[in-house]
Design a protein around this ligand. Structure first.
Ligand code: FE2
Length: 184
C-alpha cells in the first residue's frame, strides 16, 4: 500500500508540466510542492490526484488539481464538523476535459468506473466540463471526477479545507500517501 519515491517524483514532474502548460502562472517553488496522492490505493494512474494548494486560510482555500488521462479522484463528500457546515467547493476546469459525477439520474456515457471498484462509486450523474466551465458543490454532496484522455487541470476553490475529514465511499482509502522507504 505505497508508492515509490521515483513514482511520486515522476508524477510531480508530470503534473508540474501540465499546470505550466495550462497557462496558470505559478512559481517554481509552488511546482516543487505539488502533493501526489494515491489515497492509499497504490494504483496512482487509476485512482489518484496531484494537488497544489495555493493557499489555505481558516476560511478559504484554493488548489490546483492536475489529473492524468483517465485518472479518477475517488468518490467522497465533505461532511460537517463542529461549527462548520461542511466544505462548499467550486471546481473550475482550466485545461483538458473532466467528467464530474453527482447524485441524480445515471447518465454515465463518457467516463467509466475504475475496474473492480463498482461498489465504491455510487453517484453516476455525469456532467462533462470543458475549459472555462465551473460548478459549485454544496456540502454533503457526494462527488467524484475523472479526467478525459488528455488529462485535466482544474481549480478547486473552497471554504476551509479539512481534507482529513472527507468521507470516502471506498473503505480502503486513507488520505495520507505512504512513500516507500528506499534503503540508501
Ligand atoms: Fe471534493
Amino acid at each position: 500500500m505505497m508508492l515509490t519515491a521515483a513514482v511520486m517524483h515522476a508524477a510531480q514532474q508530470h503534473a508540474a508540466q501540465m499546470i505550466a502548460a495550462s497557462g496558470i502562472v505559478v512559481t517554481r517553488e509552488e511546482l516543487e510542492r505539488i502533493e501526489v496522492s494515491d489515497f492509499g490505493l497504490s494504483h496512482l494512474d487509476v485512482e489518484g490526484a496531484q494537488i497544489l494548494t495555493l493557499f489555505a486560510t481558516h476560511r478559504v482555500s484554493a488548489k490546483i488539481i492536475a489529473l492524468f488521462g483517465g485518472q479518477t479522484l475517488p468518490e467522497h463528500c465533505h461532511t460537517a464538523f463542529e461549527q462548520d457546515a461542511g466544505k462548499e467547493e467550486t471546481l473550475r476546469l482550466v485545461a483538458g476535459s473532466l467528467c464530474l459525477y453527482l447524485p441524480g439520474e445515471d447518465n454515465m456515457r463518457v467516463g467509466h468506473l475504475p475496474a473492480g471498484k463498482e461498489m465504491c462509486y455510487t453517484v453516476k450523474h455525469e456532467v462533462v466540463l470543458l475549459p472555462g466551465a465551473q460548478i459549485t458543490l454544496q456540502p454533503h454532496t457526494k462527488h467524484w471526477f475523472q479526467a478525459g484522455e488528455q488529462g485535466a487541470v482544474l481549480y478547486s476553490f473552497s471554504s476551509c479545507a479539512r481534507d482529513i475529514l472527507d468521507t470516502f465511499t471506498d473503505p480502503n482509502i486513507v488520505r495520507t500517501t505512504i512513500v516507500e522507504a528506499v534503503p540508501l
